[in-house]
Design a protein around this ligand. Structure first.
Ligand code: BG6
Length: 483
């Protein structure tokens, strides 16, 4: 792995401490093939090198990564540069060059924008201009956190700006869901196991349900979240990525370009979403996981009359040969009963109900549950005969648990940052994809969709359940998700 300078804009923020620095350390620094990696943290706070080093050392210790080697790395390879309130980046370029010289780095730079979206444009412009003006050996890569734009037009403008200075090969748009091992495993699961791929279509699959449930609320981010809402914050990116990976055709090769092409084709095949197939909700006070929680409107930074959705459920159709007529039902929300991300693939019932019908027991569909978090793995439900007289059926499960098989999994950011350092764009979102995803949801952003209350600790507004359980045996949402 090449040596590089990781210039982290937003270094004093929560993301840097909780996720990025442990990921840089584990994914890039602490590798046998690692070249020297230094971090230049950038922020507006009146911090100095020492304060940043102490903060990052603590972050590593919190993740069980502390120790002598980590201490030495923090002392030698971390520096801080304060920028003014106007955010002018001039001081960082000078400091970066100096550090590269002192630490004998090769001139490769990763600029990571972990800053509010409102500051993206100015920062990209300054970095781009500087990069063009500088006569520096080594590559430059730009990592942009989500959200990439807040609608189609702003995403197009941002892409145009980025492309003024950088080639697409230099840009790494992060959707951290793509770094999750189990999300990547979807590709292996589908394309390395002929038994599943041969039944992965409308002839055999009845419906696909994707759930990303969070038990947390907006956690002090109401200022950001209220302008965004769940459709922008979760659906346009994370859930849409899951849809594309579940629905895409096999790529010609396993490389970034071939995979992107197939994902974009899925996005272009999705029919306009009918507003009647969309349900929005907002959490009110209630209890969850044994604690009392305040409602969304009760948070300090939330406008008392806010109509921002903290829950969204919707049904969409991928209108191509493989998926015509198969509903993809998506649901995500905050303050739901538990943290859970899973894809449920419901297969069709057997064409002849040998064991069903009046006076007989009913038969369940085979369901493949791909569980992305927590308890990563998958479960395939099969029907078996209950021992004894007659032909009573019982649903049983084949189960695979990732952690049991392989031990703890790397974090998403660890995987993604290592990919940035090695120049692998497979797990990043291409310009075309972000625009196609915005184009899909744009009509919903402007639609007048009522936002219904739901009590914290429940599965969302009450009329969501039929979208999920209508054609199953009488399972309540709670039973369905009791994993
Ligand atoms: C982020 C959203 O992108 O993803 C957050 O902005 C959300 O609102 C988070 O909580 C969920 O990520 P994870 O990895 O915890 O499922």
């Amino acid at each position: 792995m090449d040596s590089c300078l990781f210039i982290l804009l937003g270094a004093t923020g929560d993301l840097a401490k909780r996720k990025l620095i442990p990921a840089v350390y584990r994914g890039i620094v602490d590798r046998e093939d690692a070249g020297r990696v230094a971090v230049l943290g950038v922020g507006r706070s009146n911090w100095d090198d020492q304060k940043l080093r102490d903060t990052f050392r603590e972050a590593l210790e919190d993740e069980g990564l502390g120790g002598e080697a980590a201490d030495v790395w923090c002392d030698e390879c971390i520096a801080y540069c304060q920028v003014g309130k106007d955010g002018e980046l001039d001081p960082i370029f000078e400091r970066a060059t100096k550090l590269e010289h002192e630490l004998d780095l090769s001139g490769n730079r990763i600029y990571y924008l972990a800053i509010p979206p409102s500051a993206f444009e100015k920062s990209i412009q300054e970095i781009g201009e500087q990069d063009e003006a500088e006569q520096r050996d080594g590559w430059t890569r730009l990592v942009v956190e989500k959200p990439f734009g807040h609608d189609l037009e702003s995403a197009q403008q941002l892409n145009a700006l980025v492309h003024t200075y950088f080639d697409e090969e230099q840009i790494y748009r992060i959707d951290h869901y793509l770094g999750k091992e189990t999300v990547q495993n979807l590709l292996v699961f589908r394309f390395a196991n002929a038994i599943f791929e041969s039944v992965w279509d409308r002839m055999h699959i009845d419906r696909v349900e994707i759930t990303v449930a969070e038990s947390i609320g907006v956690e002090g981010r109401a200022g950001y979240f209220d302008k965004s809402g769940t459709l922008r914050d979760m659906v346009q990116n994370h859930l849409t990525q899951l849809v594309t990976l579940a629905a895409m055709e096999p790529p010609a090769r396993f490389d970034a370009e071939s995979i992107r092409r197939e994902k974009v084709k899925v996005l272009h095949s999705i029919a306009p979403i009918d507003v009647r197939d969309v349900i929005f909700g907002q959490y009110t006070a209630g209890d969850g996981e044994g604690e009392e929680h305040e409602g969304y409107k009760d948070h300090e930074d939330t406008p008392p009359d806010s109509t921002t959705e903290t829950f969204a459920a919707l049904r969409l159709y991928v209108e191509n040969w493989r998926w015509q007529g198969v509903p993809f039902v998506l649901r995500t929300g905050k303050r739901l009963p538990k943290r859970l991300t899973q894809i449920d693939v419901y297969f069709r019932s057997p064409p002849v109900q040998l064991f069903g019908g009046p006076g007989h027991c009913s038969i369940s569909r085979n369901v493949l549950r791909i569980q992305l978090q927590p308890h990563e793995g998958f479960t395939l439900g099969v029907e078996v005969k209950t021992p004894g007289d007659g032909f009573d059926l019982s649903s049983q499960q084949f189960h695979f648990d990732y952690e049991n098989a392989f031990g703890p999994l790397p974090t998403a950011y660890e995987t993604l940052l290592a990919d940035v350092a090695t120049g692998d764009q497979t797990l990043f979102v291409h310009a075309d994809e972000t625009e196609a995803a915005w184009a899909l949801f744009e009509p919903l952003l402007d639609a007048d969709i009522p936002v219904q209350d739901y009590k914290s600790g429940t599965w969302g507004p009450t009329n969501v359940a039929p979208m999920f359980v209508a054609d199953r045996r009488k399972a309540t949402p709670e039973e369905e998700f009791a994993v």
